[in-house]
Write a protein that binds this ligand. Sequence first.
Ligand code: ATP
Ligand code: MG
Length: 251
Amino acid sequence: MKKNTSYNTGKAVLEIKDLYKGFGDLKVLNGFNLELYKGENLVMMGKSGSGKSVMIKCMVGLMQPDSGNIKILGKDISTLSHQEMDELRTEIGFLFQGSALYDSMTVRENLEFPLRRHTDKFDLKNTDELVMEALRNVGLEHTIDQMPEELSGGMQRRIAFARALILQPQIILYDEPTTGLDPITSKEIIELMQTIQDKYNTSSLIITHDVDCARVISNRMILLLDGINYVEGTFEELSNSKDPKIKAFFK
Ligand SMILES: Nc1ncnc2c1ncn2[C@@H]1O[C@H](COP(=O)(O)OP(=O)(O)OP(=O)(O)O)[C@@H](O)[C@H]1O
Ligand SMILES: [Mg+2]
């Protein structure tokens, strides 16, 4: 698999500057910075409870930071109206831990769901085509009329992946994409992430504890520690670090 680690000269599609967020006495983010460049796979690691999900929630406007600045595709999200934020969200695909498919909907209906929410961006006459393309991307065209419960865990994850892709987002956020999957299925998901990056030049922020996943998929890595971007660099740089705090992530 080819790896390019020279993205940091490119254009940032996502910029987080000096982000602070706490809950009462608990300080979670303490001046966190991050830039995600066009076309890169940026892996973020951080201990459980370090604030990775809080950061993602701030990024997509589900949570208000205490201070700091978040720019997505050049737009400062604190200045956007509800509707503008909703539009911007069509440029961001999510793949959350677990698959989070709607149990009572078929695969087709699950994939149509985001399209129906954004009829301004997508012509509903073309949904069949978009659904098929998304399913082709994950190799599961034949499941279109099945219910989620009829599919294996790995297949459900791939359908969730297809749903995240259907709005043709420029940015994809992955929260623990391989957790709970067996090694072979994990490998399939990682290959799929790589295929999507190659095909669409998407920019991805990948939160994972999976060192193998980080090794294979990352162009660059960032460690969230003590509320800050403690260190950034390539997998090779970080995994060879002598700093015990950094080494702990690669055990
Ligand atoms: N709405 C909230 N109210 C109060 N505390 C919160 C809230 N959301 C998160 N926290 C706290 O913020 C800290 C960071 O939580 P977060 O969910 O971001 O961790 P995480 O890095 O995603 O962990 P994990 O790897 O387990 O998913 C935790 O201590 C959590 O209890
Ligand atoms: Mg989390």
